[in-house]
Design a protein around this ligand. Sequence first.
Ligand code: URA
Length: 252
Amino acid sequence: MKPERLDKVLAAQSTWSRKDVKELIRKGRVTVNGLPEKRPDRKICWETDRVEVEGRPLVLRRHIYLMMNKPAGVVSAARDESCPTVVDLVPPPLRRQGLFPAGRLDKDTTGMVIITDDGDLSHRILSPRSHVPKVYLARLDCLLTNEMAEGFSRGIPLGEEGTTLPAELEPLDVDLALVTLREGMYHQIKRMFAFYGAGVLELHRVSMGALALDKTLAPGQCRELIPPELELLQKRETPAEASPLPPRSGIW
Ligand code: URA
């Protein structure tokens, strides 16, 4: 890939403005491959050069892909006036401009969220046409019924938005099920169960595509995805892995 100006790369990679970046560089706070660099127009390669700001290494990537275990009480947005967002929880070394969650979970829903600055990837995994499955654990306030499973497999009418695509409902216990969706309407699972008069007490996303939530991530933690995981994320199948139950949760 073509080398680019140090100040441009740094501003794209961080939450600093171009002006702040120039200032940091001129003050000698930035090193390239271990040596201080005071020229904002120094050309660097995204792939090979090692950049540190005030001694902290910067992850140099054109795009970044993070998997987060979203806790309850946090909104799936880049910014919010009154609530913490998933992007607020991203630790400083991984933070950069333009991060957003690929798809929305409700404030009380927990589990897997992908945070990125790559709009194309987000579209590929969210578009109903790409058929990427998203799997959720849902705990109900009543018993699961065969009628629900049959209805989910046909599609549930959700008013003006029309009927949902066929979804899978696999019971794990009398009131606990795995639900697989291939689209993402507003409050979709809650509204699908509400069609049968059922309330959802807890909802937790366990996978997207063939990629399962990393069970070592505590609620609120995130980590970068590696390239093979990015491939899994875009697959039309669900993960091969057996148990979707999260280890640290309270009432599952
Ligand atoms: N369906 C819902 O109802 N809520 C979510 O957060 C995700 C899917």
